[in-house]
Design a protein around this ligand. Structure first.
Ligand code: NAD
Length: 257
């Protein structure tokens, strides 16, 4: 068992996919992880699945779109925080002309408002932990959809483009506080979010296999996240880094390989 580093991170969406993989990796690296998620049952299963690593895992039930719930969750974190990783997100598919307003609101409220609310609650705590040699970090989950949107997922693309813009402005506003803010833009990652749309009836298709020849595993994304949380990224802020195996680099016409 790794010695604790004394560093703390809040990870939203910790009960599944990328947030769950990030939680385990940071626990293994010695961090204390406050794992926020809506799904209390899956959060408990996640903690059990961490085995001995769960000693430094603090599960917190929280709807990131609910301002009062977010304030309550961060009150449990204490006055100082080294990093925030915002993975909580939802994908709802559908053509814009017929998308239910409730679905549009859910996507924007979770992906954009949730990110904003968590970041706002985190800021004073991140500022308290930041030092000139060791800036605090925020890592947001944008998406390839922010850089190259697709049909049948317009609300999702809009929410992720907005996350990338929030990231840029937060980075510039918070740099004087010693807080670095970056976003990751994965292509298709093998997680429950993608399993749920595998046989989508509304015509949505994930970006799928990249030019590298496979879809991403959560750890492909977490590796880049670990770089952004490391000393090696001390001069990196305000960026959205694609982690997409080259998917949006160039269009590969169907049947050309
Ligand atoms: N999987 C992909 O292909 C992919 C690609 C690009 C970006 N992303 C982004 O990465 C992030 C993580 O995605 P994932 O694939 O791990 O998804 P996932 O569905 O496996 O996990 C998302 C987690 O967020 C939680 N969540 C949803 N709404 C919440 C809310 N209101 N409050 C708190 N928790 C909430 C869910 O309960 C779930 O545990 C998301 O922001 C997603 O948009 C995913």
């Amino acid at each position: 068992m790794t010695e604790g580093t004394g560093k703390t991170v809040v990870i939203t969406g910790a009960a599944s996919g990328i947030g769950q993989a990030a939680s385990l990796r940071l626990l293994q690296a010695g961090w204390t992880v406050f794992g926020l998620d809506l799904a209390l049952g899956r959060l408990a299963e996640t903690a059990n699945g961490f085995g001995a690593w769960q000693m430094r895992f603090r599960p917190v039930a929280c709807d990131v779109a609910d301002a009062a719930a977010v304030a309550g969750a961060f009150a449990q974190v204490g006055a100082s925080l080294n990093a925030l990783v915002c993975c909580a997100g939802v994908l709802r598919t559908g053509l814009l002309e017929s998308m239910p307003i409730e679905d549009f609101d859910l996507v924007l409220n979770t992906n954009l408002r949730g990110t904003f609310l968590c970041a706002q609650q985190a800021l004073p705590r991140l500022r308290a932990a930041a030092t000139p040699d060791d800036p605090a970090r925020v890592v947001l989950l944008s998406s390839i959809a922010a850089l190259r949107p697709k049909i049948v997922s317009g609300a999702y693309a809009a929410s992720k483009a907005a996350v990338s813009q929030l990231c840029r402005v937060m980075a510039a506003e918070w740099a004087p506080s010693g807080v670095l803010v970056n976003a990751l833009a994965p292509g298709t990652v093998d997680t429950p979010m993608i399993h749920a749309v595998a046989s989508d009836t509304k015509g949505y298709r994930p970006s799928g296999v990249s030019p590298i020849g496979r879809i991403a595993r959560p750890d492909d994304v977490v590796d880049v996240m670990m770089f952004l949380l490391s000393d090696a990224a001390r001069y990196v802020t305000g960026t959205t880094i694609p982690v997409d195996g080259g998917t949006q680099a160039a269009f590969v016409p169907p049947g050309s390989r």
